[in-house]
Design a protein around this ligand. Structure first.
Ligand code: ISE
Length: 332
């Protein structure tokens, strides 16, 4: 039987997920969309063909037609909605981050522990991007020896007006936190954030440079430039003992004309990670049907918040901050 999905949040990601669930995922159908802005919810429902618009997120979670919930509302609301879904025994795909702080993220872990079951898949979609999965398989094969260091580039066209330095860590850099753990199969033990010379076009100190140290002694550097002006670009390179592995950007056509080579650059993450979102959402639905969890767990989301907490602390102290090592419950 097809799983009825309800989406909380009809902003840029909620609307995109509505399109993906309605048109690109097998075994599920979109029942309803919810947003504090009814006009926005109606527009997303119209565009995706969702039958209903529900004003209250808690009513959406309780709705008997809805078997699974996708949370794409503002970051600060993720934990409360995820906990409500766990209490209602409904599987959740929750956009990243799990929460803006570890203290809030921990509440979701406690709710799953109380329920004795995992309900949450975290939307770290890069884990499903073909470039990242291939890179991880190459690292695991040790074909080029051990992985020693990773360089990451994370650039956005421009940051929204509500963004600041802390949001750059909590909302954007959280992807590199998760992908470092995913690619290297290691935990992060420290983080230090540096401020580069500030772009005159940014409304907060941008770009930032973050450096993580892993439990295996590897270093990961991340250039976070959220007002790069020219487009959206996410890529990186893993340095191994006898070679390097570069990942991203997603390939598009390359044009050679009039003495110039040109490739398109996406304006935001949706086209760049279109395959990742589609594969992620299908894996979510498949995992509900099979009972076998897929992708990042609430635990992965929680661990990421412990790192971003330390990153925000480093913004204040200017120093390298240790990350508290958490003991993983057997549920995960
Ligand atoms: C945004 O929220 C995302 O999740 C994108 O993937 C990321 O690249 C961007 O920096 C975030 O603001």
């Amino acid at each position: 039987m097809s799983i009825g999905v309800g989406i909380i949040g009809a902003g840029i990601m909620g609307a995109d997920h509505a399109r993906i669930i309605a048109g690109q995922v097998a075994g599920a159908h979109l029942v309803a969309v919810c947003d504090a802005d009814m006009g926005r919810a109606e527009a997303a429902a119209r565009e995706s063909g969702a039958r209903r618009v529900i004003a209250d997120p808690m009513a959406l979670i309780a709705d008997p037609e809805i078997g699974a919930v996708l949370i794409a509302s503002p970051d600060a609301t993720h934990a409360d909605y995820a906990i409500a879904c766990i209490k209602a025994a409904k599987p959740v795909l929750c956009e990243k981050p799990l929460a803006p702080t570890a203290a809030e993220g921990l509440r979701v872990i406690e709710a799953e522990l109380t329920a004795g079951r995992r309900f949450v898949q975290l939307g770290f979609m890069r884990r499903f991007d073909p470039g990242y999965t291939e890179t991880r398989a190459l690292i695991d094969s040790r074909r080029f020896g051990a992985a020693l260091a990773v360089h990451c580039v994370h650039r956005n066209l421009s940051a929204p007006p509500h963004f600041n330095e802390a949001a750059a860590i909590v909302n954007s850099c959280v992807h590199e936190v998760d992908i470092s753990r995913f690619l290297l199969s290691a935990e992060l033990v420290s983080v230090q954030v540096f401020r580069a010379r500030r772009s005159s076009l940014a409304h907060f100190h941008d770009p930032l440079l973050a450096v993580f140290e892993t439990s295996d002694g590897q270093l990961v550097d991340v250039e976070l430039f959220l007002n790069a002006q020219y487009g959206y670009e996410v890529r990186g390179e893993v340095v191994c003992e006898t070679g390097t592995i570069a990942f991203g950007p997603a390939l598009s056509t390359e044009i050679r004309h009039a003495g110039v080579t040109a490739t398109g650059i996406a304006a935001d993450w949706r086209p760049r990670f279109a395959a990742a979102y589609r594969i992620q959402n299908q894996a979510w639905i498949d995992s509900i049907r099979s009972g076998k969890p897929a992708g990042a767990s609430a635990w992965d989301g929680f661990i990421a918040t412990t790192v971003t907490d330390a990153g925000v602390k480093s913004l204040g102290s200017g120093a390298s901050e240790r990350i508290t090592r958490e003991k993983k419950p057997s549920l995960y």
